[in-house]
Design a protein around this ligand. Sequence first.
Ligand code: HEC
Length: 210
Amino acid sequence: MPKIIGTVIVLAVLGIVGAAALIYSGSFNVAATEKHYDLVHSVIETARVRSIKAHAAGMTPPTDLDNQARLVNGTSHFAEHCAMCHSAPGVEAGDMAEGMYPKPPVLTDVATHYTPGELFWILKNGIKMSGMPSWGDHGDDDLWNTVAFMERLPGMNEQDYGKLVMAAMAGGGHHMHSGGAMDMNGMDMGQETPAPVGAGQKTSSGGPRR
Ligand code: HEC
């Protein structure tokens, strides 16, 4: 018995020394172009999903989440802050998203994987070491509206999206950033203008992926 314990301790120490050597030698490659090994990828994926589910437990959505005004405001928020990374129906994500790792997933089916409370938690807190920002400085109402939008994304086509964007613009957008109805200048604008019919079918083909 003591022999087994001794062996376990030696193996544990060797493991720690090995990991330290790997880290300090710099041989672990942090390049965004270098994909994780499948095992590492599935560990990170499981940790992310388990963490979101645990932390968002008990988060209750407002009772009027399916309200049309929420959907319109959520569309505006999404077009302005999210589409540049995640794309939207008929709208490709921006160049920046192409070079990211993990790559921001297309969110068509995201509402079938997470509850509204979990989606809200993701928006409010962001996701560490991934490039998904926290939007905690945006009001809770804006975030719930964006959740309302994601709830309606499955099955939304580019015409539906275009109409919602128009309705949002007619209403002045969810909030003013720099005087314009929907901040058409600079980084924040994303790709909110609906593309012509037939352009970029990227979002119609499935759920989150990287
Ligand atoms: C700078 C790019 C970027 C922006 C802007 C961004 N995201 Fe993300 N988002 C990401 C990345 C990258 C991930 C993937 C995280 C991961 O896999 O660990 C992600 C993940 C997510 C997820 C979880 C997806 C899943 O399948 O687990 C949701 C939901 C989400 N984002 C919604 C949004 C919304 C809504 C906005 C706008 C308010 C937004 N994101 C803005 C990059 C971005």
